[in-house]
Design a protein around this ligand. Structure first.
Ligand code: NAG
Ligand code: NAG
Length: 193
């Protein structure tokens, strides 16, 4: 009672608008999952006598997914996780959907074969809603994610939901188990043994 209101700093309308715009741009450009460890560059660490090499997982911002890499044993980088699940949980927004190759959708749709999608695009379901994805890119992406081997068989790995092919980002990440051969695709790589 009887207290004075604290002085309100005078902010010109135009400046106020500018700040609102800046805040909004940042809020939309920086997704909540963009923690430092998910966006920092992949490093392989250093080889050392204390620790052997092991497989760890990193979040690839370009494809917005987690992939395995060979950690050298010491000096672990920040973009590094014990398992695919931990990596995805930490870095991948649960509701995020993108077309193959992490490309943008060209509209939404409601069921596979939806005629609402433009020519050259197909309806790809992402949960309850679908997205019109470039057909050629999507086909190529799907093919790369059901890899085959001309010699031997595809190296698989066990995830909580079942057994899937072991897909890495790049053969240079040395994620293939000893004795298998890495085959590089357009976006990702797999192993044959
Ligand atoms: C060796 O690995 C352990 C367990 O991951 C880690 O705590 C330790 O820091 C590593 N050693 C060095 C020298 O980085
Ligand atoms: C794999 O990594 C190498 C070396 O960093 C790079 O030159 C090449 O473009 C990468 N390939 C793919 C498919 O990303």
């Amino acid at each position: 009672m009887g207290e004075k209101n604290p002085p309100v700093p005078y902010v010109p309308q135009s400046k106020m608008f500018l700040w609102t715009a800046v805040v909004l741009i940042f809020a939309s450009a920086v997704p909540t999952f963009a923690q430092y460890e998910c966006t920092s560059e992949l490093t392989f660490g250093k080889a050392c006598s204390q620790n052997k090499t092991s497989t760890k997982w990193f979040f690839d911002s370009k494809l917005s997914f987690c992939y395995p890499y060979q950690f050298l044993g010491c000096d672990e980088g920040s973009n590094s996780f014990e398992s695919s699940d931990i990596c995805l949980e930490s870095c991948k927004p649960a509701d995020q959907f993108s077309c193959g190759g992490n490309t943008d959708a060209d509209g939404v749709c409601f069921s596979p074969g939806d005629s609402g999608c433009k020519k050259g695009t197909d309806c790809v379901m992402g949960g309850t809603i679908g997205f019109c994805c470039n057909k050629a890119t999507q086909d190529e992406w799907n093919k790369e994610h059901s890899p085959t081997c001309t010699k031997g068989s595809v190296v698989q790995f066990k995830q909580w939901f079942g057994i899937t092919p072991l897909i890495g980002r790049n053969c240079t990440h040395k994620f293939c188990p000893a004795g298998s051969t890495c085959i590089q695709g357009k976006w990702t790589a797999h192993c044959c043994q």
